[in-house]
Structure formats: structure tokens, C-alpha cells
Design a protein around this ligand. Structure first.
Ligand SMILES: [Zn+2]
Ligand SMILES: [Zn+2]
Ligand SMILES: [Zn+2]
Length: 419
């Protein structure tokens, strides 16, 4: 069975999250999106754990479902933590995603971590321990706990982050590096970019949304598609640890340009540029003379030892997709939350059952009949990778552009080729 899983989200107990980040909303929107498995996020926060215990029940296989919903996505206890530590005279700030076999282990880990940082202040606690110590602490709870370096390329708070990260996985996790099996690529990079580093060949590349809101244009915008015999914690962990046959079929990726840190740039001056231009300017903003924020593309360029296009043998595939509401919005020239976009979105979900089914499987003629030829054309461009995106930079999301929509008259003609 094919399982679509988004394992990295945050509850409303994390900073800067939507008040709606509660289980009922995750069940509701998870179904609309087409997610089979969702990480709970924040699973060491005492209040969130309490809520999870009240609202979820464990099924055979270890995963959880909602007690009250008739059809519920599965839930896996997960949490993201930040570690802050010194290495070679420099402060290193790293985010790690942690997968847990059950809420019992989540509570045990919560007890262990509360001596290392304030676990009640933020659902994503900041801990004053090294990355290697974090591995030891998780293993003291259970060797079924998995730690995955989170969004490894973002400038701040990541393994390869230009500001406070490392150049090697080994430098970060030291003698516990053998416990790391997978890396989360983050929104601003895709597998193609990561495959440029031969040192990453041994790691499974996973993708998650890191959503702070339950709304479908955030939840599941990146995800993992597993092919499993049984949907259980053990099978997911084995897939991540690459035990047995490869079970991660592909990841769902937004275009890396869509991410907030793809190009190098300076938000305050609205200046952004590709690596080669930024290198010429020595990373200095041409408008104000301050240092620009180094984008993920440039950071990958710094560490890569291969040209773009190489695929390591046996690596899972990937498929690009953008949030359907944003595709509709760009196609009709309206904002994501406008009535025009929401009406079309709802009609597509009702017709095809979920966003993923509409986005990946629905025939163009059917989409065109329901949501209009512009939307069908825009989705076609995404499926065929002919969409253009103004790359994101320094915290600003990329902007989607559909050049084919500028010549609307021609669209009718192209419909004939869609069957
Ligand atoms: Zn993070
Ligand atoms: Zn996060
Ligand atoms: Zn500037």
C-alpha cells in the first residue's frame, strides 16, 4: 500500500504557529490533502502530550488515530528540537527532527530533556547539549527512536547552514554519526541538488512540510511516499534506516526556487541573485553594502563535488508539486484565500477525493471542466516542470509564474493534446 507521510509539523505550542494547530484540524485538513500519516510535532511539550493522549488512540503497529473522527489519518509522535553548542570556537545551532515509537517514549524523552532546556516554553525546545549528546539521550529512551537532521540547508539552525552549521555530517554528530540514516532536504533544496554531494549518498533523503498551519497550502506541501506491506512504526523506521528492500518510493517536493532561502539576497533591499552573481559581489548587497543572506543554492555549490544531474544508484525518485490553492491562485490571478480560488479548490477536492489525487492523477479535461482551462493549464505546467518561479531569498517565498497563461487564447487549442 502507498502511504503519503508528512512527519514534520508544529502544534500551536510552538512559536509562530496557527492557533488552529490541533488534532481535529490536522485530521480534517490531512484528509483533504490526502495524507495517510502525519507527525504530531512538539511531542515533548507536556500540554501537547496531554492533548495527544486525550484525543488519540494507539492502533496495532504503534501508530495513532483520532478517537472521534470516523476516518482518521495515522499519527506518529514526532518533535523538532534545537541544540546549541560550541564546536571549534563557533556557536552551532542545529534543528533535529525526532521520531518516536509511542507517546510513552515521548513522555520519557520529555522527562530526559527537561533538564537540558525549557520544554514548556516552546513546542520546539532549545537544548544546551551537543548533537551527539542528543543522540545519546534519545537512545537512553529507546533504540527505536530516530533522529533526522532537519531542513539541512537553511542558513540558520541547520546541519549545513551557512551561519551556524557544519560542512560534514560527521562534524555535527561526532562518534554518534552512525545513528544518522536520513536527512531532511527542506523546502529550498530538492534531491537533485543534494545528489551533487557524494558524501550524502549513504543517507536517505526525506521531505516534510515543517508546517506551522493545518491549511492545505502548508500541510503536506512536501511529503514522503512509502510503499509498505503494513502501516506500522517499525516499517517506517526500517524504511528510513534502509533495512530490507527500499520502501521510500518517492518524495513530493516543492520547486526548490519556491523555498524561502533558495537564492542569495537581502530582504530589506529586495535584492536577490544566483550564486555566480553573489560570488562576484563577495556576498555584499549592491544596494546597502551589508552582507546578504547566503542562499541554499550557493551553499550547495560551495560543498558539491559533482555537477547537477547525477543520481546515486537506488535513490528514491521525486515529484515536483506546488500547493494546489497557490496554483489556482496564480492561474486565475487571485489570492489563495479569495472566494474564487477557494470555490475552485473545493470543487476539485469533492470531485477527486483529495488534493494529491487532483494534483497528480486527475485528467486535464476533467480539471478544465471543473476549475477552468487556466487551472488545468497551470497544473499541466507544474506536472511537466515548465512552470517558472522567481526564486525565494532571505525569508521571502518564491513567486510562481505561468508564462503560458499570458497567452490565454492559445490555451483552448492545447486542450486537444491533453488526452
Ligand atoms: Zn526547524
Ligand atoms: Zn520545524
Ligand atoms: Zn541591502
Amino acid at each position: 500500500m502507498e502511504i503519503v507521510a508528512d512527519l514534520h509539523i508544529h502544534s500551536r505550542f510552538s512559536a509562530a504557529t496557527s492557533e488552529d494547530m490541533r488534532i481535529s484540524a490536522l485530521v480534517y485538513y490531512g484528509k483533504i490533502k490526502g495524507l495517510d500519516l502525519i507527525g504530531t510535532g512538539d511531542a515533548v511539550h507536556p500540554k501537547w502530550i496531554q492533548e495527544l493522549e486525550e484525543e488519540l488512540m494507539q492502533e496495532e503497529g504503534g501508530l495513532y488515530v483520532s478517537k472521534s473522527a470516523s476516518e482518521s489519518p495515522r499519527f506518529m509522535p514526532t518533535v523538532e528540537v534545537a541544540t546549541v553548542f560550541e564546536y571549534e570556537g563557533k556557536s552551532r545551532r542545529i534543528h533535529h527532527l525526532i521520531l518516536l515509537p509511542s507517546l510513552d517514549e515521548a513522555k520519557q524523552l520529555s522527562d530526559v530533556l527537561k533538564t537540558k532546556g525549557n520544554i514548556e516554553q516552546d513546542g520546539r525546545p532549545t537544548l544546551n547539549i551537543t548533537a551527539a549528546e542528543l543522540i545519546d539521550l534519545t537512545l537512553s529512551v529507546s533504540n527505536e527512536v530516530e533522529v533526522i537532521p532537519a531542513h539541512i540547508w537553511t542558513p540558520w539552525w541547520s546541519l549545513f547552514g551557512s551561519v551556524s552549521g557544519f560542512n560534514l555530517v560527521e562534524e555535527c554528530y561526532q562518534d554518534r554519526v552512525d545513528k544518522i540514516h536520513a536527512l531532511e532536504t527542506g523546502l529550498s533544496s530538492d534531491p537533485l541538488m543534494n545528489w551533487r554531494l557524494s558524501r550524502l549518498d549513504k543517507y536517505l533523503l526525506v521531505s516534510n512540510s515543517d508546517s506551522h498551519s493545518p491549511l492545505p497550502h502548508r500541510l503536506g506541501r512536501e511529503a514522503n511516499v512509502f510503499e509498505l506491506t503494513n502501516l506500522s512504526y517499525k516499517e517506517i523506521i526500517n524504511a528510513i534506516r534502509k533495512i530490507g528492500r527500499s520502501k521510500l518510493k518517492y518524495t513530493i517536493e516543492t520547486y526548490p526556487q519556491y523555498g524561502k532561502y533558495h537564492w542569495t539576497g537581502h530582504r530589506a533591499c529586495n535584492i536577490s541573485m544566483p550564486p555566480q552573481d553573489a560570488i562576484k559581489l563577495k556576498g555584499i548587497c549592491p544596494k546597502c553594502g551589508k552582507k546578504m543572506t547566503l542562499g541554499v543554492e550557493q551553499r550547495v555549490e560551495e560543498l558539491a563535488d559533482r555537477a547537477l544531474g547525477y543520481k546515486p544508484e537506488g535513490s528514491p525518485d521525486y515529484k515536483y508539486m506546488l500547493p494546489l490553492e497557490e496554483i489556482i491562485g496564480s492561474a486565475v490571478g487571485a489570492s489563495t484565500f479569495s472566494k474564487a480560488v477557494q470555490t475552485k479548490y473545493k470543487m476539485l477536492i469533492e470531485s477527486f477525493g483529495s488534493e494529491f489525487r487532483a494534483a497528480f492523477q486527475a485528467p486535464y479535461e476533467a480539471i478544465s471542466k471543473i476549475a477552468g482551462v487556466e487551472v488545468a493549464s497551470a497544473l499541466k505546467a507544474v506536472r511537466e516542470n515548465t512552470v517558472q518561479i522567481k526564486p525565494g531569498f532571505d525569508g521571502v517565498y518564491g513567486e510562481i509564474e505561468f508564462p503560458q497563461l499570458k497567452e490565454k487564447k492559445k490555451l483552448k487549442g492545447t486542450l486537444d493534446d491533453w488526452s
